[in-house]
Write a protein that binds this ligand. Structure first.
Ligand code: ADP
Ligand code: MG
Length: 552
């Protein structure tokens, strides 16, 4: 009988479970797992920091429906990987972190990089476990994959001690695990479906909010039918964008604050009334707002605002149920209501407000002028990654998404530094699409070394840095006494494009908006990784907002 070791068993089990991508950094004791994974046909991408690897793994999970794996060394590697676990858990995205660990027989002895890894991973996971027997590796891999994608998706952690990775068992002792099937799609009771439609029929100012849970559940066809059949106005959450085309006439994106404030019945679909949605509370929401809520997690129902009609189950299945029930109704939301008119008026007023900034050709440029060229340049099928403060917030409003799961950003956890990991993931999952990241200069700093990773694997990604020389805003000049530089301020006109050139890609520096479109076009035409560094006015900002970003 032949023997098999832990590393090979791990690679085999992952492959069997449909895991296609592994991101990580090798070192003690996980090198053999990375090699075995690559040998068996899992794409292995070596990153420069475990954080990026962990962000990449979860973006793969969201984009493909099967978790990506992040492989890290013991101790500090796991600690760095926690950043991604936390982000995945908050975003409800599936990933598996595999941490190497010191050998079990050295536990408690002060082993190299010894750490209580299962313990520290647990708060960020749906399932975290230390593998204690080589023959049970397929059992735990099946469990981690299943937990990561069934119910509300999330993160899982598997701890792999050195002696388990190198340990061997007879092939016939190996635990055989079934391949995890696609997540079951639970439906809602018919009476709740009818109640939801009754509540919508009774609304004067209805609004549908589409969140990234719907993108995850691949509900786009059902939602399009639902919106077109009911004619209900809708608002996409930041990563719910594209489930419905942002340019659809029923989108209220350009009058977001007004729509949230005035709606009397909100149908919340795969989205949470958390900080991104201002907790569903006044002054941002009507104090008597009635909520219909579709979510796969029953414990999410009524968070912050009591839900009138809960629809617990899978987004795609339940919107399908609603569409079926609508076949027995005549009702749709009329076109000529004061609600539609008010939203249209507010959208037009908002557009008028930003027009002067779009038209301003002075150098260095402002966000809106930069986004004018960027959005005209962006192909419809591009995956758009956004991070930074103003860069992300303004970018979300100025770069429309036509299709689902083509926007990745700082998400529910508001994490800066996700961008380059998401770029790697998108480039691998969608080799047929342009991958465009629009990042602030502070944001790219967190994970900028992954530019080398893009160059090494020759991923033709296009990175645009909107460079105002700081966090939020920069400075016109730096003080003589450098120790008094304001905390938010960074170097002025930093040459991020040279970072790209340093590793073999191509870069452009643009300090006048008249040159921006040409640089963008050249970057897109360039067959490899490219970076366009756009100098912004140090005080460029957002249009005046009615509310502070964090009002409750
Ligand atoms: P957004 O940031 O887009 O508002 P959130 O991450 O706050 O979205 O919320 C997404 C919600 O979607 C979560 O509460 C999650 O439980 C839910 N969800 C995840 N998968 C599904 C699914 N298949 N069907 C319905 N809801 C889902
Ligand atoms: Mg900045």
């Amino acid at each position: 009988m032949s023997k098999v070791n832990g590393a090979t068993l791990m690679a085999r089990a992952l492959k069997q479970q449909g895991v296609e991508y592994m991101f990580g950094i090798v070192g003690f004791p996980v090198g053999p797992i990375a090699q075995a994974a690559q040998d068996i046909g899992i794409t292995y991408i070596g990153c420069r920091n475990e954080q990026s690897a962990s962000y990449a793994a979860q973006a793969v999970g969201y984009l493909t429906g099967r978790p990506g794996v992040c492989l890290v060394v013991s101790g500090p590697g796991v600690v760095h990987g926690l950043a991604g676990l936390a982000n995945a858990q908050q975003n409800c995205w599936p990933m598996i972190l595999i941490g190497g660990a010191s050998a079990t027989h050295q536990n408690g002895m002060g082993a190299f990089q010894e750490e209580r890894q299962v313990h520290i991973a647990t708060p960020f996971c749906k399932f975290a476990h230390g593998v204690e027997h080589v023959h049970r590796i397929p059992f735990y891999v099946e469990m981690a994959v299943r937990y990561s994608i069934y119910g509300r998706p999330g993160a899982c952690y598997l701890d792999m001690p050195d002696d388990i990775i190198l340990g061997e068992v007879e092939e016939d002792q190996v635990h055989i695990a079934a391949t995890v099937a696609e997540p079951p799609r639970m439906i809602a009771p018919q009476e709740n479906i009818e109640s939801a439609l009754n509540a919508l029929e009774s609304a004067e100012r209805p609004l549908v909010i589409i969140g990234k849970g719907m993108a995850w559940s691949r509900a786009e066809d059902e939602i399009r039918s639902f919106i077109e059949r009911t004619q209900l106005p809708f608002l996409a959450s930041p990563m719910g964008k594209g489930v419905m085309d942002d340019n659809h006439p029923l989108s209220v994106g350009a009058a977001r604050s007004h729509a949230l404030q005035e709606a009397d019945v909100i149908f919340l679909m795969g989205a949470r009334l958390n900080w991104i949605m201002h907790f569903g509370k006044p002054p941002r929401f009507n104090k008597n707002v009635r909520i219909i809520q579709l979510d796969i997690a029953p414990e999410a129902i009524s968070q912050n605002v009591p839900t009138e009609v809960p629809l617990v189950g899978d987004g795609k299945a339940i919107v399908g149920q609603l569409n079926k029930a609508l076949e027995n109704r005549q009702w749709f939301y009329p076109k000529d209501t004061p609600w539609h008119a008010a939203i249209a008026e507010k959208s037009a007023a908002n557009a008028r407000q930003i027009q002067p900034m779009i038209d301003d050709n002075s150098a260095p440029t402002n966000y809106y002028r930069a986004f004018k060229d960027i959005s005209e340049w962006l192909p419809d099928n591009a995956v758009i990654i956004g991070e930074g403060a103003n860069t992300m917030d303004i970018g979300r409003t100025q770069m429309p998404n036509k299709s689902p799961r083509l926007r990745l950003d700082a998400g529910s956890y508001g994490t800066m530094g996700i961008g380059m990991g998401f770029v790697l993931a998108a480039a691998l999952v969608h080799p047929d699409r342009p991958i465009v990241s629009v990042s602030g200069d502070a944001a790219i700093g967190f994970s900028g070394m992954e530019i080398e990773t893009c160059c090494r694997y020759n991923l033709p990604v296009k990175i645009v840095v909107l460079n105002n020389g700081g966090i939020g805003s920069g400075a016109e000049s730096l003080p003589e006494d450098r120790m008094t530089i304001p905390p938010r301020v960074m170097s002025i006109g930093s040459g991020y494009e040279k970072l790209m050139e340093a590793f073999g890609g191509k870069g452009w520096y643009v300090d006048d908006p008249k040159d921006l479109r040409k640089a963008l076009d050249e970057a897109m035409a360039y067959p490899g990784p490219a970076l366009v560094n756009v100098k912004l006015h140090h005080a460029a900002g957002r249009k005046p907002q009615q509310f502070g970003w964090h009002t409750s």
